[in-house]
Design a protein around this ligand. Sequence first.
Ligand code: ADP
Length: 577
Amino acid sequence: MSLRSRLAVLFAALAAAAGYLLILVSDATIRRAVEDRARNRIERELELLSDELAAGPPRGAVERDPVLRRAARGLDCRITYVGPDGAVQNDTDLLPADVLQMENHAARPEIREATARGFGESRRESATEGKEFLYVARRLPDGSVLRVAVSTARVSEVETSYLWTTRIAIGAVCIAFFIVGAAMSRRFSAPIAELTQAASAVAAGDFARDLPEAGGEEVQLLSAALRRMKASLADALARAEEERRLTSIVFERIPDALVVVDTKLAVVESNDRFARMIGVAAPAGRALYDLLRNRSLLDAFDHTVRTGEPSERTVRLADEIVWQVAVQPLPAGARASAVGVLRDVTRLERTEAMRRTFVADVSHELRTPIASIAAAAETLSEGGADEAEAANLVALIGRQSARMRELIDDLMDLAQIESGAVELEPADVPLVPLLEEVASDLEAVAASRGVRVVVQGDRAVAVHGDRRRLSQIARNLMDNAVKFSPEGSAVSVRVERNGSGPSFSVSDEGPGIPRAERDKIFQRFYQIDRSRSKERPGTGLGLAIVKHLAHLHGASIEVEGEVGSGSVFRVQFPAAM
Ligand code: ADP
């Protein structure tokens, strides 16, 4: 029930109670006043009547009768004259003949009292008429008693008219009291209701809502207290929001995937990186079992949540993807139970694997020439070899040393290029003269194999690049072409300019490169057929160097040709060069 209605009910109850009490008191007072007035009047009349009867010569019952009847008519009452012995001598309500039949009145309370004390009074039912009467009696000097009887019904009639007037007045006052009270309660409760409404709106998050200042002093104090509460609440909320924002920024800026889970392994919070890593747009609220299909990953979370101990795993997924996960427990009682950090270490793992392969490859490449040199040196030191044999062994040592130097040079070169330490010294380099120069350097080797190198093309075609590095690209390609060319065949070097820009190609009539190997031959140490390469020794680093140097010039390199009918390596420079 609202405060206003309660106050209204209270006022109504108060008004009713006050009205009832007032009516009781006023009823009693009015009754007493009316009766007192009636009695006084009767007493006065009795006095006058007894004075009248006492004046003049003494009268008998018959002489008295007309006097009494006149008085009775005037007073609208009944007058009885009782002799000193209690016998009724006159009665204005009866015929004189009937009066003698009446019983002796000496025992009537008012008569007895009047006889004893001069004056008597009683209120009782009349034995003659069966109605209630007010009797007032007065003793006369000769001991007889004069009595007046007035019907109480007549007195009540007068009373009732007074009573209703006052009752209506009291009722009106009470109703006015109630109306004023209800209005006041409304005035008192309206600001509280308004304040309550505003406070409810604020509680529901509407911080723009003002808390009204109207009402009495207490309400204003309450309003001020609520305003202070609102201010500190807004402050606390702003701080919490700021902290939440900071946390979420930190969450997003962390370079790893983060996921916070509860005791049931449902995601409480996670960052974007986690969503991207698992490929689910909105992981919040979902069970980790639905999101991570890997048993070992789930075990890591499960273990931490169950035991409260941190766990760490490296997990290999399909497609050679490797994830590292570290799960830390969160303090008990928090909404969340553990936080997991996931990191994709696939590239790191791949680099590590490449490093291992590289070390193994280099060791392998060095082992063969070192073993040959060691064997030759041992034979020579034993002194068992004849002159021709010794010369052969020395030549072998020379060749193997040169091969090792070549390998080391290539490795250094590659390392330098790969680390980005190579600075190009660009100039406009015409391609045909450059390629002719490389061809003439290779002429002796080519001739020893019966291979011709032919350079053709527009002499004006030039590229903007580093001359030394460009000739290194050409030398590696032409060296391979000569190496893999059958005796008596030709290596054709062609310079062109097409829509894409300047290019040169090196074609041979060698074994060609199978389609599946076309990407691999550019990897370090990759050789299509090591046994075949035995007759044509190489480091397996040449094409890797070529590819890097071409890219440094913004150029692309591709292989064409058919297995069995030779290969074509084409270096395509960008048009702007
Ligand atoms: P290598 O020093 O062994 O020649 P490269 O990196 O230059 O190393 O070449 C890698 C591999 O590519 C070679 O071992 C060879 O198997 C293949 N290759 C390169 N050029 C040719 C070519 N013109 N014809 C056939 N195979 C070639």
